[in-house]
Design a protein around this ligand. Structure first.
Ligand code: BGC
Length: 267
């Protein structure tokens, strides 16, 4: 399997896209750290599926090995939590190879009504948390002289305006430049970093939209492939980016959006 013997940390993996990624990486042979903030039940569900994904045993270096999972509570918007999460992951598995910065939040408000608290909630999780989780992994890889893979779950909104979500767009635009910058700075260490940018995916972040037939219909009109994405559509490209098949790929963004981003048609 493509990720045999690797250890991956997936932030925000108690539900949605993060949960699908954790399960997919386990299916590829990785041991997985499952991070959650406020949904321990969801994290336990992910853990069960991660363990089941590997079957009873797979071969690593001629030995029968089982897929392991480990759950860790941490708020990605809090520096101390971020550092504890990475340190606990390394202590538990003895190392960390792959970081998937998936946790993210969005808040819908007119620009003039956005509060400092909401701005901080979005920027702290979506950008500051990514920045310092990545820094903690990079220090570990540098000190142990090993290569690694960082995959950020961004959004089509790292490029595309999303009125009423100004802080969210600022965070994802920031993530785009962080990835480009780190691709250059981390290349000499053998570390690659890429973004995966989903469009509209059926997940809890979209609950309101999914329950509003009018809004949903209008959105579907904008998606050339004519459907919302599934978490698994995102997880499969993350698995590729986490594997050695993508060794020559860094600093780039992969859109998983059914064609949404570049869809413009004259009526
Ligand atoms: C947002 C969703 C939105 C989708 C397409 C995602 O980044 O989280 O709320 O529906 O982009 O606009």
């Amino acid at each position: 399997m493509r990720l045999d013997g690797q250890v991956a940390l997936v932030t925000g993996s108690s539900q949605g896209i993060g949960q699908a990624i954790a399960i997919r990486l386990a299916q590829e042979g990785a041991d997985v750290v499952i991070n959650y903030r406020s949904n321990p039940k969801g994290a336990e569900e992910t853990l069960e599926k991660v363990k089941a994904a590997g079957g009873s045993c797979h071969m690593v270096d001629g030995h029968c090995d089982s897929i392991e999972g480990f759950t860790v509570q941490a708020d990605l918007g809090t520096m101390a939590d971020v550092q504890r999460m990475v340190a606990d992951s390394i202590t538990h598995f003895g190392k960390l190879d792959i970081l998937v910065n998936n946790a993210g939040v969005e808040k819908n408000a007119d620009f003039w009504d956005v509060t400092e608290a909401d701005y901080d909630a979005v920027l702290n999780v979506n950008l500051k948390g990514v920045f310092f989780a990545t820094q903690a992994l990079v220090k570990h890889l540098r000190d142990t002289k090993r290569p690694g893979k960082i995959i950020n779950i961004s959004s089509v909104h790292e490029e595309l305006p999303f009125p009423h979500f100004a802080a969210y767009c600022a965070s994802k635009g920031g993530l785009k430049m962080l990835t480009r910058n780190l691709a250059i700075e981390l290349a000499p260490l053998g570390i690659t970093i890429n973004n995966v940018a989903p469009g509209a995916i059926e997940t809890p972040i979209n609950t309101k939209l999914l329950n509003d037939p009018q809004k949903l219909g209008a959105l579907l009109q904008n998606i050339p492939l004519g459907r919302l994405g599934k978490p698994g559509d995102v997880a499969s490209i993350v698995a590729f980016l986490a594997s050695s098949e993508s060794d020559y790929v860094t600093g780039t963004t992969f859109f998983v959006d059914g064609g949404l981003l570049w869809n413009y048609q004259e009526q």
